[in-house]
Design a protein around this ligand. Structure first.
Ligand code: A3P
Length: 298
């Protein structure tokens, strides 16, 4: 975040927290998050929003269930993999409460930047899978997500949203800082850092990496089943992964479906040439020396 606290108007329900724009719902719940007691066998799935969190969550849940679709179909994904720092307003149930009630081994979803992760996750050396997706496709996906999620401020026109996104003035802050922060942390902590584009290109190869990281031993048939079950179309049709179980007053999928396109390169349908030039120049400056390489198309 390069902006001083008062140099921009934050979105209505977003406040600056440790210099990161965050939803008030999360900030008000912070004590619970900060004091969360992780267990050594917790598996954390961490992402910047819209990077493929749900996809990875379903993959890991299927791995944990040894490819048994009936087990993975017993509850919506947000019950099987609770969103740690969030509170579902309708149910008034926080991710932390859900997790505290859960038997081990637990799967945990978070979008927190690396510096805000609860201490006990580091102390317990919990394994973490980080999924990163290229900044341009995330911008587009996040723009549509803001249209459907009623708790989020309306994004306004694309041009306006894109400027905010570039400046890191959206919920969870700067994409650049997020992906870089987690990338650096992997030098000292067990983090499997994967890319959405690689998963799209070759799900077989990427799911094998996950299985190996989790030290599971699954047969080829199970792997095939997982690939098939977590394919975009299958997840779009699956009520346990497509978020249709959330009421439209919270998530209006007529405005934009949760399972929207699931492709790489949709940004080309949204960025003008001028926007792309500005984006690239800013990107080069912020990502220089990070050692991180993203593919904007496959
Ligand atoms: P798009 O809006 O570009 O379609 P998250 O789960 O982190 O919120 O990410 C949501 C994005 O991941 C959406 O991107 C969604 O369509 C995409 N997605 C979800 N499941 C997917 C899958 N099985 N394969 C590819 N993309 C998927």
């Amino acid at each position: 975040m390069e902006n001083a606290e008062n140099s921009f108007k934050l979105q209505e329900d977003t406040v600056l927290f440790h210099n990161i724009p965050m939803s008030k719902i999360i900030v008000n719940n912070w004590e619970q998050v900060e004091s969360f007691q992780a267990r050594p066998d917790d598996l954390i799935i961490s992402t910047y929003p819209k990077a493929g969190t749900t996809w990875m969550s379903e993959i890991v849940d299927m791995i944990y269930n040894n490819g048994d679709v009936t087990k993975s179909s017993q509850a919506p994904i947000y019950c099987r993999v609770p969103y740690m720092e969030f509170i579902m307003p309708e149910e008034n149930m926080s991710g932390i409460q859900q997790l505290n009630n859960m038997a081990s081994p637990r799967l945990i979803k978070t979008h927190l930047p690396v510096q805000l992760l609860p201490k006990s996750m580091w102390e317990n050396k919990c394994k973490i899978i980080y999924v990163a997706r290229n900044a341009k496709d995330v911008a587009v996906s996040y723009f549509y997500f803001h249209q459907s999620v009623k708790l989020m401020p309306h994004p306004g026109p694309w041009e306006e949203f894109l400027q905010k996104y570039i400046a890191g003035e959206v919920s969870y802050g700067s994409w650049h800082d997020h992906v870089k922060g987690w990338w650096k942390k992997k030098q000292e902590h067990p983090i499997l850092y994967l890319f959405y584009e690689d998963m799209k290109e070759n799900p077989d190869r990427e799911i094998r990496k996950v299985i190996q990281f989790l030290e599971k031993d699954l047969g080829e048939e199970v792997l095939e089943k997982i690939i098939h079950h977590t394919d975009f179309q299958a997840m779009k049709e699956n009520p346990m992964t497509n978020y249709k179980t959330i009421t439209p007053d919270l998530l209006d999928q007529k405005a934009s479906p949760f399972m929207r396109k699931g492709i790489t390169g949709d940004w080309k349908n949204h960025f003008t040439m001028a926007q792309n030039e500005v984006f690239d120049a800013d990107y080069a400056r912020k990502m220089e020396g990070s050692g991180l390489q993203f593919r904007m198309e496959i």
